[in-house]
Structure formats: structure tokens, C-alpha cells
Design a protein around this ligand. Structure first.
Ligand code: LLP
Length: 386
């Protein structure tokens, strides 16, 4: 089994479970993004929801990415990380008044707005501050993302966004509101999308929607296509960097961007997933009647994706070169959903072995909980362990 090139010797002295971020992988990923959007009018806002580890955010800031936030906490974290307010977008179907005020006070680039009542409240809050809120309307494009149903968001039955049938009504309202400035339109069709035709479908839909605004003589300054680019959970060692070239090419080719317009992206997973692993120790190997259980000291409290989305994460035993055997790899939480993988082949495993759950840099550490009164996991970077 090919394994990550990690400082396993250093891991031995650290209390598990913990997150490990390989900053070289992150830097290469960021540099590839930069290469692909150089000399274009494309701007990438990193989706903070994927991971807000301080060292990770610092690299992202250095690379010059903006931030896509979905809460006041994330807006504050982006500001604290030194990301310029002019690069911050703030989305979310339910923004509280204090969160909107935080955005207004800091003159963030744009609010992605999802409903009529939200627009009305935002206008009132902006009037009270004598400010103007820049907004993009989040439109539900009714494009299928061909991904897990929990993370598909672009279909009309979702709670997200404004339905196409309401677009005229919402546009009329925006134009009437005194302290709202319509900057652009926003979309997001889902996450972990590896089939580029979904993005192509989105582009074609956006072209139609643009025509609608053209017909009304409304010039949009920007288009925001959200995030969603997937990664290879199966082969993180072979594909440590997502295919950004193919991804951006779809938008270059199929989206009719006007010369005056900028195109914005909100990528989360594709930026950070492959640089992170959850590092754990084997507590016990339990022989069942027909199978073996490798019981780890990490559970769904540290990485919930397998339990919540039946997600696959590659599991590597960094301490063993023994022939592979079949295990159910489970955590210590008192629920049977606390299972990372069933009938999984990994090198012969014993108590104390160090295990890496790969591709856990996105929606890993940030989704950790204290259920069972467990401690939140610590995190270390490759720079920390040099
Ligand atoms: N923009 C919007 C409006 C979003 O809702 C999301 C993710 C993103 C951008 C970033 O998407 P990404 O590039 O990371 O696919 N916890 C789930 C993923 C939930 C994604 C929610 N929205 C998981 O672990 O798979």
C-alpha cells in the first residue's frame, strides 16, 4: 500500500488523535490555483467553512485568496487572519442581525442574499448605519450536481437561494431598496463534484439568466459560481492536487463573461482536503467471530464525515508493513455509526500502531464535537514537526 510521506517518528511522541496538515501539499495546491487564474478576471474566495486552522488560513491569506464566509464567526476569523474586507463574501440562508451588522461595519465586498425578507432586513440595518450593502442574489439554478444528496444544493426543492420563478419579483425589490446595491448573482450547486458536466450545465444556465438581466438593462459587475470542486478520496497519494485546470477551463469555455465582469469562486474542499489527515492510534484489535475490529482512539467526534455522509476516507497504517488483512475500522464512541470503514484492507495491525485517515483537511477538524465529553482534537502542521 502506498502511504503518505509523514514524520511518523515525530507522531509517536504526540497524544492522539490529532490533525496533521502537510503545508507543502497546501502550498502546491494554492500555487496551482494561482497559476490557473493568472491573467484572468477570476477571483477565488476560500470557503472558510472547510477549515479555519490558523496555520492553514495563514497560507491561504499569503496566497492572496479571499474568503467566503457563512457566519459572523467566519467573517471575524477571516478578518483576524488578515484577509482584506474587500475580498470577503458573506453567504448563508439565515444571517442574524449582528452578523449582517458585522459585515456592514467592516465594508465587506458582498453579501450573498437568499430571500426577500433577508433583503428587507439588510436594507433597514444598512439605513440605520448610513451604509450601502453590496449584494449578489443567490439564484437556485436547478442544476443537478450528481453528488451525495446531503450536499446537493442547486435543485429547486432546496432551502437555499431564490427560485428562478421569483427572480423578477426579487430584482424589482432590490432596485427599490435605498441602501442595497445589486452587484451580482451567486450560485452554488453542491459539493464534491467530480463530473465537470455539472459545472458546464451551470454555465449554460447562467448565460440564460444573464440574458434576463440584459433584457432589463441591468449590468451585473460580478458572477459568483460558488464552490463544489471535488477531490480524489480514493487516491490522495496519486492525486494530491485537484484538477483545477479542467475546472477553470469549463468556465472559460462555457460562461459568457462580459469584459467588465469578474468571475468569483468559493472553493473549500478542493483547497484544503488533501493537506489534512486525522492521526490516530490503534487502541485494541478485537477478534470477532467472523471479523476483526481495529478500534481507534479517534471517532466520529473528530471526523464525522463517514458517519454522516457514508463518506470514504483512505486509511493507512503508518506503523506496519505486514501483509494486508481485513478490518472494520471503528472509533470509541458509544454508537454503532462510529465506524470509519467496514471490511477494509490495511497492513496487519496491532495496538499502538499509528493510523492516518487521509483527505481530512476539509470538513474534518471544523466539524469535530465534544460528544461523550471528549476533548477537541489538537492540530499540528508539517512546519511544527520539522
Ligand atoms: N459556497 C457555498 C454557498 C457553499 O454552501 C459551500 C459548501 C461552498 C461554497 C464550498 O463548497 P466546496 O468547494 O467545499 O465543495 N460538510 C460537507 C460539505 C458541505 C458543503 C456545504 N457548502 C462534507 O463534509 O462533505
Amino acid at each position: 500500500m502506498i502511504k503518505a510521506n509523514y514524520p511518523t517518528d515525530k507522531f509517536k511522541d504526540i497524544q492522539t488523535p490529532f490533525y496533521y496538515y502537510d503545508l507543502e501539499t497546501l502550498r502546491s495546491t494554492l500555487s496551482e490555483i494561482k497559476t490557473q487564474i493568472e491573467n484572468t478576471s477570476f477571483e477565488v474566495h476560500y470557503a472558510m467553512k472547510a477549515n479555519v486552522n490558523t496555520s492553514v488560513l495563514n497560507e491561504i491569506k499569503i496566497a492572496g485568496l479571499g474568503a467566503d464566509c457563512v457566519s459572523g464567526g467566519e467573517v471575524q476569523a477571516a478578518l483576524d487572519a488578515g484577509i482584506a474586507p474587500s475580498k470577503i463574501v458573506f453567504a448563508g440562508v439565515g444571517k442574524s442581525d449582528w452578523e449582517i451588522n458585522l459585515g456592514l461595519d467592516n465594508d465587506i465586498f458582498c453579501f450573498n442574499v437568499e430571500s426577500i425578507p433577508e433583503l428587507e432586513v439588510m436594507n433597514e440595518l444598512a439605513i440605520a448605519k448610513n451604509k450601502t450593502a453590496n449584494v449578489a442574489l443567490r439564484i437556485n439554478p436547478n442544476v443537478s450536481a450528481h453528488t451525495h444528496h446531503y450536499i446537493t444544493t442547486g435543485l429547486s426543492e432546496n432551502k437555499f437561494g431564490i427560485n428562478l420563478s421569483d427572480l423578477d419579483k426579487v430584482t424589482d425589490l432590490v432596485l427599490k431598496l435605498s441602501n442595497i446595491n445589486l452587484l451580482g448573482i451567486h450560485f452554488h450547486i453542491g459539493s464534491q463534484i467530480t463530473d465537470m458536466t455539472s459545472f458546464q450545465d451551470l454555465c449554460l444556465k447562467i448565460n440564460e439568466i444573464q440574458a434576463h438581466f440584459d433584457a432589463r438593462n441591468i449590468t451585473l459587475k460580478h458572477i459568483n459560481v460558488g464552490g463544489g470542486l471535488g477531490i480524489s478520496y480514493e487516491h490522495p497519494n496519486h492525486f494530491p492536487i485537484p484538477d483545477f485546470e479542467a475546472y477553470f477551463k469549463v468556465f472559460r469555455k462555457h460562461l459568457q463573461l462580459k469584459p467588465s465582469q469578474t468571475l468569483h469562486f468559493e472553493l473549500g474542499r478542493a483547497v484544503v482536503a488533501q493537506c489534512g489527515s486525522l492521526i490516530s492510534r490503534v487502541l485494541y484489535v478485537k477478534e470477532g467471530t467472523s471479523k476483526k475490529f481495529a478500534i481507534l482512539d479517534a471517532g466520529f467526534t473528530e471526523l464525522i464525515r463517514p458517519a454522516l455522509y457514508q463518506a470514504y476516507h483512505r486509511i493507512e497504517n503508518l506503523s506496519s508493513e505486514l501483509p494486508e488483512e481485513e478490518y472494520d475500522v471503528v472509533g470509541p464512541i458509544c454508537e454503532s455509526s462510529d465506524t470509519f470503514a467496514k471490511e477494509y484492507f490495511m497492513n496487519g495491525t496491532k495496538r499502538g500502531d499509528i493510523i492516518a485517515l487521509r483527505s481530512a483537511g476539509a470538513y474534518g477538524e471544523i466539524m469535530a464535537s465534544q460528544y461523550n465529553l471528549r476533548k477537541l482534537p489538537k492540530a499540528y502542521t508539517s512546519d511544527d514537526l520539522k
